[in-house]
Design a protein around this ligand. Structure first.
Ligand code: PEP
Length: 259
């Protein structure tokens, strides 16, 4: 019997590509190559300035648009920020708490909790990212970091959104390094996350996709998606390579069909 939980493959373009013309080409090529199938939701997350451009290019394709971050307030004196109200009609999803924002932009656990709750309030699907740094892993603190970050991310959420949410386990040491976590390690973290979600949301937790992120490619996706609690991927570098991303989506569809 097919799992009622859909897989989710989200492509994080980060600060790429550098021009609108290139963003349009990438979006058009992705649209042509990626066929969202039953059981797999596909989201691309371009830079904020290309959200509308990419959204128009994806119109009618079944591929959804996500932002890479947002502020928690609807408006105000927050120079350079984008609010959840501004994303209304432009994006359906939003990545919250990506480790690059934690590392370079001072994103805190507290801020992540505010943003997750705000995204839900404004009808966006948050993809909340958690994961340990290499030094934390080497110190044996990976589980504690996941526990702390996930509890903080959920701390202000009063209810699960009808559209749901997703959690991405992204060990920092695996992001952009070519060193993905092993399928076993991805499963262990996903199972830990699932247990915390069950404590919090009981049976509703089973509707929340738990993604793995960190050097996912066409070559390793199938093995990672074969793990019971891994329901897709947050893909960085490979989301800019059309053939790779399309193959990752196909791997997710195959994994879903096998569940
Ligand atoms: C990411 O940025 O979320 C990510 C997982 O990057 P990469 O796939 O390049 O490791």
């Amino acid at each position: 019997m097919a799992s009622p939980r859909r897989m989710l493959v989200a492509g994080n373009w980060k600060m790429n590509p550098p021009t609108e013309a290139e963003a349009l080409v990438l979006a058009a090529e992705l649209r042509a190559a990626v066929t969202p199938r039953g059981g797999v939701k596909v989201v691309i997350c371009p830079p904020t300035i290309w959200l509308e451009t990419a959204g128009r290019a994806m119109d009618g394709s079944g591929i959804s648009i996500g932002a890479q971050t947002m502020h928690w307030s609807a408006q105000g004196a927050y120079t350079g920020e984008t609010s959840p109200a501004m994303l209304d009609g432009v994006a359906t999803h939003v990545i919250i708490g990506h480790s690059e924002r934690r590392q370079y932009d001072g994103e805190t656990d507290e801020g992540v909790g505010r943003k997750v709750a705000s995204a839900v309030e404004y009808g966006l699907v948050p993809i909340a990212a958690v994961g340990e740094r290499l030094d934390e892993r080497q110190a044996g603190a990976a589980e504690a970091v996941i526990d702390r970050q996930l509890h903080a991310a959920l701390s202000r959420l009063e209810r699960l959104a009808p559209g749901g949410m997703a959690i991405a386990y992204e060990p920092v040491w695996a992001i952009g390094t070519g060193e993905a976590a092993s399928p076993d390690d991805a499963q262990a973290a996903a199972a830990q996350i699932r247990a915390i979600l069950r404590e919090r949301f009981e049976d509703e937790a089973d509707s929340i996709p738990i993604l793995y992120g960190g050097s996912v490619t066409a070559d390793n996706a199938a093995a990672i998606f074969a793990e019971r609690d891994v329901d897709g991927a947050l893909v960085g570098g490979a989301s800019l390579k059309v053939d790779q991303f399309a193959a990752i989506v196909r791997a997710a569809a195959a994994a879903h069909a096998a569940r």
